[in-house]
Ligand binder design. Sequence first.
Ligand code: HEC
Ligand code: HEC
Length: 477
Amino acid sequence: METLKNKVGRTITAIVVIILLLVGSVGYIAWYNLFREVPTYYESTEEHFKYGSIGTENAEGIPYWIWLVLPRLFPEKLPGSGGYTSLGLTWEEGKETPVGISKKTIGFPRQGITCAVCHTATYRKTAKDKPVIVPTGPAIKFDAQSYTRFLLESASDPRFTSNYILPAIEYNHEFSFVEKLLYRYLIIPQTKKALLEQQETLAWMDSRPNWGPGRIDPFNPVKFRTLGLPLDDTIGNSDMMPLWNQKQHQGFALHWDGLETSLTETVNTGAIGDGATKDAINIPGLQRVEEYITNLDPPKYPFSIDSALASRGSKIFDSNCASCHAFGGEKTGTVIPIEEVGTDRHRLDMWTKQAADTYNEFAEGYDFDFDNLRKTDGYVSVSLDGLWLRAPYLHNGSVPNLIDLLETPENRTNVFYRGYDVYDPENVGFVAQGSEAEKVGFKYDTRVAANGNQGHLYGTDLSSGEKKALIEYLKTL
Ligand code: HEC
Ligand code: HEC
C-alpha cells in the first residue's frame, strides 16, 4: 500500500519537474528568440567584405524587419524616393540588404554596418549607365549622417509604435505566435528606446556643419561615445579613403593625419568606431577583410588615356610630386607638417594626444589590443594609386577634380555639388556642377568651417601644357 507521504512526495516531485520544464522551456524560448547567435559565412571574400558581419549587430544593430520597413513608414523623412538608396546606399539586385549592411541572427535577424558602407565606390561613365560598384573604393554617395538622422527621427516620431510597425512587417514576413508577442511588447519598444538614447549621444553633431555624402566626422563619435571624453568644439569632417592595394602601402602612416601606424589596428578600430563592442568584434572576419584590402589592386581608369602625353607627364610627376607620392618616394606615406602642406587644419585639430592615449588603453587585456594610436602635426602624403576614383580631393574633399587641384586656391571652385556618381573625364573627378549634380548632390561650400580648400600648392605653378601632361599621367596611377 502506498502511504500518503509517498503520494504527496510524488506529487511534489511532479510539480517541481513541471515547473522546471516550464521555466526551462520559457528560458529556452527566450534564449532562442532573443540571444541565439547564427554565424554568417560568405565563401567569396568580396561578398564577405560587402555583407559579412564585423560584430556591429549586437550593440547597435537594428532588428532587420523593423529596419526594412522604416523607409515605407516614414518616407517623408528621406531626401527622395527609393528608400535607403536615396541616402546613397547601393542595393544590388536580389540582395536582402544594400552593400555595407550585414544581416545576422542574434535571437532575431538584426542588421549592422560593415566596412563596405563607407569603403565601396560607385561610378557611371554616363548618366544612362548602371553604376559600376568598386569594393574598397571610397563611398561617394553614401550620406552616413543623413542615414543616422533618418533612423533617429523615425524613432522619435510618435507613430513609431508596435501598432504602426507590426502590420508593415507582416506584409513581408509571417511571424510565429511567440515572435509576434516579442516584437509587440519587447523588441519594438526597446528599439525605440535604444535609438532615442543614441540620439542624445549624437546631439553634438547638430551644432556643427553637415558632413554631406562621402564624408563623416570619423573620430568625434569615438572620442565622445566610445572613450567617454568630454565634448569639445572640434570639427573632424573628412573624406572616405580607399582601402585597396595595402600591400604597396607597407609602413605608411594611416588615416589622413597618420594617427595610426598599424594596419591591423586600423582595421579593428574601424569596427569599434562602427559600433562593434570589445566582446562582439569579429576578429577572424576582420582578418579576412585585412587580407582582402592588402591584395586587391586599384581599379584602372575606365576612359582612354593618351599614352605619349602621359609619358611626358610622368617626368613632370618625377620632379614635382614623386618624393611625396610615388612608391619608394622618400616622404611617401609620412606626415607632412601642416605648416608645409597648408591645407585646412580642422581635421588635424580634432584628434588629440589625450584621445590617442585613451584609445591605446581601451582594449587592454584583449588580444586585439591597441598600442599605435598617436597625435601628429600634419597630413599624410597619401599614395595616389587609383587616384581617379579618389575624387573629390584632399582630406576634406574640398577640391572637386584634378584640374582644380593644380590651380592656386583663389582659382579653385568655391561651391560645387558632391554625391553624384557620374564621372567627368575632362576635369578628372565626378560631375560636380549642373542641374543633375545639383539635384542629387550636396552643396559643398568651401567657406564653411572645416571645408577650406587652401594649401597643397604643389604643381600650381606649372605651365598649362605641363599640367595637361601631368594630369594624363595621374590617370594611369
Ligand atoms: C562610417 C564610415 C566608415 C566605416 C563604416 C569604416 N570606415 Fe574606414 N575610414 C572612413 C573614413 C572617413 C576614413 C578616413 C578618416 C580620417 O582619417 O579622417 C577611413 C580610413 C580608413 C583606413 C585608413 C586608410 C589609409 O590609407 O590611411 C582604413 C585602413 C580603414 N578605414 C579601414 C576600415 C575597415 C577595415 C572598416 C571596417 C571594419 C572601416 N574602415 C569602416 C570611414 C569608414
Ligand atoms: C611635400 C610633399 C608633397 C608634394 C611634393 C606633393 N604632395 Fe600631394 N599631398 C601631400 C599631402 C600631405 C597630401 C594630403 C593633404 C590633405 O589631404 O590635406 C597630398 C594630397 C594630394 C592629393 C589628394 C589625394 C586624395 O586622395 O584626395 C593629390 C591628388 C595630390 N596630393 C597630388 C599631388 C601632385 C600631382 C603633386 C605634384 C605636382 C603633389 N601632390 C606634390 C603632399 C605632397
